[in-house]
Design a protein around this ligand. Structure first.
Ligand code: SF4
Length: 263
């Protein structure tokens, strides 16, 4: 099985290619985690570092944006022991790949700041999944992940260092919390991907039209790039969202144009 693969279905909305550096679990322990439901081999709180020996060959072939990661978090606590994300980034950087990182690990990602600097053509961006503004709610729903304030701090430091930043607003479990953390992050985030809350009956009680319009208007007024996920799009009046705001390619980094090895 390839390390770099083409995500299918809803996952494709995030990136044309993806790479999971850990398997079998994640120590962030989000109560809404989708992985436990789709992993046939089981899912635990202990992520397994994957063997990345084949990555060099695959990175040489990958021209489109690669997302780290769909399964487990690239900056889970275990990364400080295993350093598999650092290993993968080192390979992808050396081949000039386009890379999007998405994490709830907060400032842990700053351990690799030196790798983000000087990436070929700036084709790397670091994103945070923003779910709650309140630490209390975050501890309840995602007890092992970084505190919301730490995630904002990571975005602030990345932005100050000139690294592209983005945020994924999903799942939206308490809309007022999602709106509050969008507002708090606006000075440090270049682009937003906004979705809803799926796979849970309680989401039917949420006014998705109201949340959708409030979030889009806030992000637009700050002149940030925006993609509205397919599941949220039906809650807008026809014509409200622009073609760019509903195009999966809007936030995708440019392809690598040529083979080039930097190290
Ligand atoms: S960070 Fe992602 S993979 Fe890890 S537990 Fe949370 S939802 Fe699951």
């Amino acid at each position: 099985m390839s390390l770099i693969y083409e995500p299918k279905g809803k996952a494709r909305e995030y990136s044309p290619l993806a790479l999971n550096v850990y398997s079998g679990g994640c120590d962030h322990q989000c109560t809404y985690c989708y992985c436990s439901g789709i992993m046939r081999g089981g899912w635990s709180d202990a992520p397994n570092p994957r063997n990345l020996l084949a990555l060099t060959k695959e990175a040489a072939q990958a021209r489109r944006q690669i997302l780290l990661s769909f399964m487990s978090d690239p900056y889970c606590s275990a990364e400080r022991t295993h350093r598999k994300t650092r290993e993968a980034l080192g390979v992808l950087r050396s081949y000039g790949c386009s890379v999007a990182v998405l994490t709830k690990g907060g400032t842990r990602c700053l351990d690799d700041l030196n790798l983000f600097h000087g990436w070929q053509d700036g084709r790397v961006k670091i994103g945070a999944t923003l779910t709650f503004n309140s630490s209390v709610h975050s501890r309840q729903w995602e007890p092992g992940a970084a505190d919301p304030g730490d995630r904002i701090d990571a975005l602030r430091q990345l932005h100050a260092a000139g690294i592209k930043t983005w945020a994924s607003i999903e799942p939206v479990i308490i809309p007022s919390e999602s709106l509050a953390i969008i507002e708090a992050s606006l000075p440090y985030v270049d682009a937003y991907k906004v979705g809803r809350w799926n796979h849970d009956k309680r989401s039917s009680a949420i006014d998705w039209s109201e949340f959708g319009k409030s979030s889009v208007d806030m992000i637009r007024s700050a002149c940030k790039q925006l993609y509205v996920k397919i599941d949220l799009q039906p809650y807008f009046e026809p014509g409200y969202l622009t073609a760019e705001e509903i195009s999966m390619e809007t936030l995708t980094l440019p392809d690598r144009q040529q083979e080039r090895i930097l190290v």
